[in-house]
Design a protein around this ligand. Structure first.
Ligand SMILES: Nc1ncnc2c1ncn2[C@@H]1O[C@H](COP(=O)(O)OP(=O)(O)O)[C@@H](O)[C@H]1O
Ligand SMILES: [Mg+2]
Length: 347
């Protein structure tokens, strides 16, 4: 393993990253068009670490998460290095993928009703997941389902075990889905905007709970959110996505306090305190690029207040800004001190 990868203090003593993605790209190819959804994503996540992915709608967050589990339609073409738990996901057979999903890697979604089956009780659904992956009997699986509901702080868990999804509130359904995702103690939990459908107080409760569970289990976690204050509270690292690329990545405090990419700066500058959590991240003038087109230069250049001529013609390099930090931009200068925002570049 390369020397530049250092496990954080929260990570168990192991050298194998739970996720190792280099140059990952995903395109959707159909007769009408090709959509370049993810364009060269690089990141590593060590066991026990939490990564938050933020970025405007359509920037490739969900597609990137699904690519880690190969949960994409057939027309999706995934390329690059995609290793999870040291295994090459892109060369797995269907049966290897099925075994991995739910056991090694679990995903929770924005709307629990898409993950929960309306015609089965919560207890049946959680125990079914356990039975699919582990050689245990039905009674043992049901007892584990009960423990899991208690673990995710569902009140009157024994009664809820016999409930159908429609009998639960949104917050309890979300907890039931989390219990199901945790049922086989996955090494990695992917949470794609898991709380946007909930009201603000329940959202915070669920996220704080997820963070606690993640710590107790030593599990790696990647979650997508629009809410920067949530990112600051829950994550170790943050990846800022724009047009299918990670434009800035680093420890959450460094990035939020001292953003180096103009997109991150714009996003933070337009964040008003106490913003509506259910809203998309604040608007930056202009609109994101058409993902059916390949751009020659930096895809943020048309909206960037600092763009120089070369930004429109050549792709910006990945500038290392410390051991675990980079930005895809010509502006950041690693030798500059903290809290110095780049000045406007005169053309
Ligand atoms: N099944 C699909 N077929 C074609 N294009 C898709 C498909 N799923 C997503 N995309 C496109 O890929 C891009 C990234 O989408 P997505 O990852 O869902 O964005 P987000 O950051 O909002 O999660 C978008 O341009 C979206 O329209
Ligand atoms: Mg999404």
């Amino acid at each position: 393993m390369p020397n530049d990868q250092v496990a954080t203090s929260s990570a168990p003593d192991t050298a194998v990253p739970i996720v190792d993605v280099q140059g990952m790209s995903v395109k959707f190819v159909s007769r009408e068009a090709t959509v370049y959804a993810v364009n060269g994503v690089d990141f590593r996540l060590m066991p026990g670490e939490v990564l938050c992915v933020i970025g405007e709608s359509g920037s490739g967050k969900s597609v990137s998460m699904r690519a880690l589990m190969r949960l994409l339609p057939d027309k999706a073409q995934i390329a690059g290095k995609v290793h999870v738990s040291g295994r090459d996901v892109l060369s797995m057979t269907q049966s290897e993928l099925t075994a991995m999903r739910g056991r090694d890697v679990s995903m929770i979604f924005q709307e629990p009703m898409t993950a929960l089956d309306p015609v089965y009780t919560i207890g049946d659904q959680i125990s079914e997941t356990i039975l699919r992956h582990e050689p245990v009997g039905r009674d043992v699986a049901m007892k584990r389902a009960l423990d899991l509901l208690e673990f995710v702080r569902v009140p009157s868990a024994a009664r809820r075990l016999k409930s159908y999804p429609f009998e639960l509130s949104g917050g309890l359904r979300q907890r039931a889905m989390i219990a199901m995702a945790l049922s086989c103690s996955p090494k990695l939990l992917l949470a794609d905007e898991p709380t946007t459908a909930l009201d603000a107080t329940v959202q915070i409760q669920v996220l704080i709970l997820l963070r606690k569970l993640q710590k107790e289990m030593g599990m790696g976690m990647i979650f997508v959110t629009h809410d920067l204050s949530v990112a600051a509270q829950v994550a170790d690292k943050v990846a800022v996505m724009y047009a299918g690329q990670i434009v800035e990545m680093g420890h959450v405090r460094d990035v939020l306090r001292n953003p180096q990419h103009p997109y991150t700066q714009g996003m933070l500058a337009s964040t008003v305190h106490g913003q509506d959590r259910n809203k998309d991240i604040p608007a930056i003038p202009g609109s994101p690029p058409d993902m059916r087109l390949r751009v020659a230069g930096c895809s943020f250049a048309p909206r960037c207040p600092h763009a120089s001529e070369s930004c429109h013609t050549s792709e910006p390099p990945r500038v290392a800004l410390g051991a675990d930090r980079y930005a895809r931009c010509i502006l950041p200068d690693p030798s500059r001190g903290p809290n110095i925002m780049p000045q406007k570049v005169s053309a």
